[in-house]
Ligand binder design. Structure first.
Ligand SMILES: Cc1ncc(C[n+]2csc(CCOP(=O)(O)OP(=O)(O)O)c2C)c(N)n1
Ligand SMILES: [Mg+2]
Length: 330
């Protein structure tokens, strides 16, 4: 979605846009976390707060008509790719005006007009979808690029290895973005990744692979720019592994996070806040001012307030439409 011009003022427009997206994702997630216990948001909800620099760093390197395929933790990817905040909130509340007519909810948000091929309830489910979109772009010669987001747990699905293998041998214009947040539900990476990073799996197939600090927008963006340029110019796939922990539990409603270390979440929030570090560096570089940041915070807060108010009072889908949008015939 576009930022109101008035909020940018004299600031560098691209820095303001990045800050707006980072803040919009954080505010969306924090508000959903606060509203969830009231019981008006149906279904399973997984929050992305803490990992914002990955979604924004990657998606800001893409064109509008490029594709992304997301995960069960998909709000940040959708917002970063340009999906409307109000339409997303309506979708979470299961209301008719949602981006999927209120029939998808948090885990199935898709918006083909924005190149957002969908959040996905199947771990690693988006990986072969993105590889397929990349194959389609290559066959059609459109120059589009596809990005697959996948978690550290998802990479242990067979579909991940299969998709990487095909992407490598067909030189598909795809970027595999592995978000290592340290856990697959309650299972830590020291166990389920055997304490290893994922990048060597790409390298084993001849895919350029790199691991970057997922809290650092600038590091993610630089790696994404290189990967997207490679894909667009016919150089084939890249594996981009980003490390950044989530601020909330695995899923809203039941995760007490007993599997995380004493004070771990507080430390991550205090020492690895990607929004604070982006803001600090942007102010130091004079691409943003403290005033612009405060203005953007207010704009985002108003948008989220409005989105929740609208979603709470909106109507649900018409029962007569319960069987539409369920299957697609080709
Ligand atoms: C094929 C499949 N197996 C199991 C699950 C249950 N499940 C949901 S989320 C999840 C953990 C995913 O961990 P990760 O890929 O690291 O993503 P994160 O939740 O950390 O973002 C599992 C096992 C699932 N959704 N799909
Ligand atoms: Mg994980």
């Amino acid at each position: 979605m576009d930022i109101p011009e008035s909020a940018i003022g004299d600031a560098d427009a691209s820095a303001a846009r990045i800050y707006f997206l980072l803040r919009a994702i954080r505010a969306f997630e924090e508000r959903v976390h606060t509203e969830f216990p009231a019981g008006r948001i149906p279904g399973a909800v997984h929050l992305y707060a803490g990992q914002e620099a990955v979604a924004v760093g990657v998606c800001s390197a893409l064109n509008d008509d490029d594709y992304i395929a997301s995960t069960h933790r998909g709000h940040g990817h959708a917002i970063a790719k340009g999906c409307d905040l109000g339409g997303m909130m309506l979708e979470l509340y299961g209301k008719a005006g949602g981006v999927c007519g209120g029939k998808g909810g948090s885990m199935h948000i898709a918006d083909f007009d924005r190149g957002m091929l969908g959040a996905n309830g199947v771990a690693a489910g988006g990986v072969p979808l993105a590889a397929g979109a990349a194959l389609s772009a290559k066959v059609r010669g459109t120059g589009q690029v596809a990005v697959a987001f996948v978690g550290d747990g998802g990479v242990n699905q067979g579909a991940f290895a299969e998709s990487l293998t095909l992407a490598a041998v067909w030189r598909l214009p795809v970027v595999f973005v592995v978000e290592d947040n340290g856990y697959a539900q309650a299972t830590g990476t020291p166990f389920h990744l055997n304490g290893r990073t994922v990048a060597p799996r790409g390298a084993a197939l001849g895919i350029p692979s790199v691991t970057v600090d997922g809290y650092d927008y600038f590091a993610v963006r630089a790696a994404a720019d290189e990967a997207v340029a490679r894909a667009r110019s016919g150089g084939g796939p890249t594996l981009l592994e980003c490390t950044a922990q989530r601020f909330f539990g695995h899923m809203e409603g039941w995760d007490q996070q007993a599997y995380r270390g004493e004070g771990e979440v507080e430390r991550v929030r205090a020492e690895h806040d990607c929004i604070r570090s982006f803001a600090d560096r942007s102010v130091a570089d004079q691409t943003l001012t403290a005033q612009t940041i405060a203005d953007l915070d207010r704009v985002v807060a108003d948008l989220i307030d409005d989105a929740v108010r609208t979603a709470e009072s909106a109507a649900g889908p018409d029962p007569d439409e319960v069987l539409t949008d369920v299957y697609v015939t080709y």
